[in-house]
Write a protein that binds this ligand. Structure first.
Ligand SMILES: Cc1cc2nc3c(=O)[nH]c(=O)nc-3n(C[C@H](O)[C@H](O)[C@H](O)COP(=O)(O)OP(=O)(O)OC[C@H]3O[C@@H](n4cnc5c(N)ncnc54)[C@H](O)[C@@H]3O)c2cc1C
Length: 481
């Protein structure tokens, strides 16, 4: 990058400019470490005005940029463009306003998810979206990925809890979308921005909805011989008209890993179900009794309800640590993220088992069973030639299976770099064209996180409509994914 441009960046962010090679390595990937690209520079602005000034320079010089929160993304979303810069929001980490009477909190994007709950807990409130990474991931990253978590079954994903945003558009201008009110006339622009994976600009101020803590929370742990039995219990619980705060499932491999890592005291079983109920005391006690009966009818041979808050935390610790714990049982692993209709759980899990055996690679399953959001973890050893490619192929074939059963290629981790070639397996060309029109309305120069989400690059001047194959493609020489 030309030194005059670096000088200009330095004049905006002063010490917040990183160009040293060893430091840049920190920013070459997110938590999906299979993809790595070194950025030209990393900038750490401390205010919206600085973000605007940096992006104006990018816009003038046609420099691609990517926002970065904590870098815990699992789809390569914060992967830089080799010609461009990373704009880290880590130093914009202040909680700006706590408005308890209206149950709103206004934050800068670098605020860590769990800090929001920590700030309001003493007043009887919490911030509901709870990704397992909540102790380290940022609200800005959550917004971009529309992150979920165990309690999103009842409370809804990030999009339900983001009411307003200040966004620096890719030309450096600032827009205020949504606000503190629950609804706004016109297009639902916060709804469009949430989940846009950094492709529409950078959020610099976010208004969140917080919710009142329930009177009582009870967490049950039930041990089954198989995921099929546990899956049947999930269907029965939902069919009985209950909406638990969370229903999570772990298979035996996932249990082994979690136990080796955090010793949560899980029984050694084929499948473990965690069911959490919250609400008024009388309702929770009554419904928990019903859940216990259903679990036993479906084959649970051990059922435990946590007897204290400390015990409940230990139960959750095992589940929340499950991804990272895979390192205890495998040198490498790929975390996948697909969605299926809840009723298809038994068939899909049986098929994943078959595919895993056929490929000779172990697959552990941890998932938000209540909303059909699977997290198959494909275990492999990078040191064995070819195994990484086979693991990646298997993980992608599992996503194809999800699509075949009427599901989706991502439930909460986003498309990013990793799954962009899967978009055309899920969407028809007109659908992708419509998404591109939205993208181009915000970012006609395609500078904000270019090359992500969409299966193939397309210029905004390119006409929409049915896809016309390139002559090389027609000749069978090249292929679009
Ligand atoms: C162990 C582990 C467990 C996880 N569990 C869950 C889970 O339960 N549920 C879940 O949903 N995810 C989970 N994740 C994935 C990840 O934590 C989430 O996607 C999280 O929201 C990413 O936040 P981040 O701050 O790390 O964002 P980053 O990884 O830094 O960035 C993610 C995306 O957000 C964009 N972005 C960041 N900040 C902004 C901004 N201010 N404006 C615009 N775009 C921005 C980036 O460009 C990128 O595209 C897990 C990850 C790990 C490692």
């Amino acid at each position: 990058m030309q030194s005059r441009i670096l000088d200009e960046f330095r004049s905006v962010v002063s010490q917040g400019l990183i160009t040293g090679e060893s430091q840049l390595h920190t920013y070459e990937c997110d938590a999906l470490t299979n993809f790595r690209v070194m950025p030209q520079a990393v900038l750490l602005p401390t205010s919206t005005e600085q973000v605007q000034a940096v992006i104006r320079i990018c816009s003038r010089e046609k420099i691609p940029f990517v926002a970065r929160g904590s870098g815990t993304g699992l789809s390569g979303g914060a992967l830089p463009d080799g010609r461009g810069i990373v704009i880290s929001l880590a130093r914009m980490n202040r909680i700006l306003e706590v408005d308890l009477p209206n149950a709103r909190v206004v934050v800068e994007p670098g605020v860590i998810n769990s800090e929001v709950t920590q700030r309001v807990a003493a007043h009887g409130y919490f911030y509901a979206p709870d990704p397992s990474s909540q102790s380290v991931c940022s609200i800005g990253g959550n917004v971009a990925e529309n992150s979920g978590g165990a309690h999103c079954l009842k409370y809804g994903f990030t999009t339900t809890h983001v009411l307003g945003l200040d966004v620096v558009l890719p030309d450096g201008s600032l827009v205020h979308i949504g606000g503190k009110a629950s609804d706004h006339p016109g297009y639902d622009l916060p709804g469009i921005f949430v989940g846009s994976e950094g492709t529409l600009g950078i959020a610099t101020r976010i208004t969140l909805r917080i919710v009142k803590k329930p009177e009582v929370i009870q967490t049950l742990l039930a041990a089954f011989n198989s995921t099929n039995e546990a899956g049947a219990a999930v269907s029965e619980i939902i069919a009985a008209g209950m909406l638990p705060a969370a229903i999570e499932m772990m298979d035996n491999l996932a249990i082994q890993a979690a136990e080796a890592s955090v010793h949560a005291g899980y029984p050694d079983c084929g499948a473990l179900l965690l069911v959490e109920l919250d609400g008024p005391s009388a309702e929770v006690v009554y419904l928990m009794d019903h859940v216990i009966k259903i679990c036993k009818q479906c084959g649970a041979w051990e059922v435990r309800v946590a007897q204290s808050e400390a015990e409940r935390m230990v139960v959750w610790k095992g589940r929340k640590a499950a991804f990272a714990a895979m390192g205890r049982i495998s040198p490498n692993y790929i975390v996948q993220d697909g969605v299926i209709p809840r009723t298809a759980l038994p068939q899909v899990l049986t098929e994943i088992e078959r595919m895993s055996a056929a490929e000779g690679l172990r697959v552990a399953n941890v998932f938000h069973a209540g909303d059909g959001n699977l997290h198959p973890l494909v275990l492999y050893d990078r040191r064995i030639a070819g195994q990484e490619d086979r693991a990646f192929e298997l993980s992608i074939n599992i996503l194809r299976l999800c699509v075949k059963f009427g599901g989706s290629i991502t439930g909460e981790h986003g498309v990013g770099e990793e799954k962009k070639m899967m978009m055309s397996e899920m969407f028809a060309e007109p659908d992708l064209d419509t998404m591109q029109l939205v993208r181009c309305a915000f970012d006609p120069e395609q500078l904000s996180n270019p090359g992500k989400v969409f299966p193939r690059p397309r210029l905004c001047a390119e006409k929409t409509g049915p896809y016309e194959p390139h002559p090389l493609e027609q000749a069978g020489v090249a292929q679009f994914f």
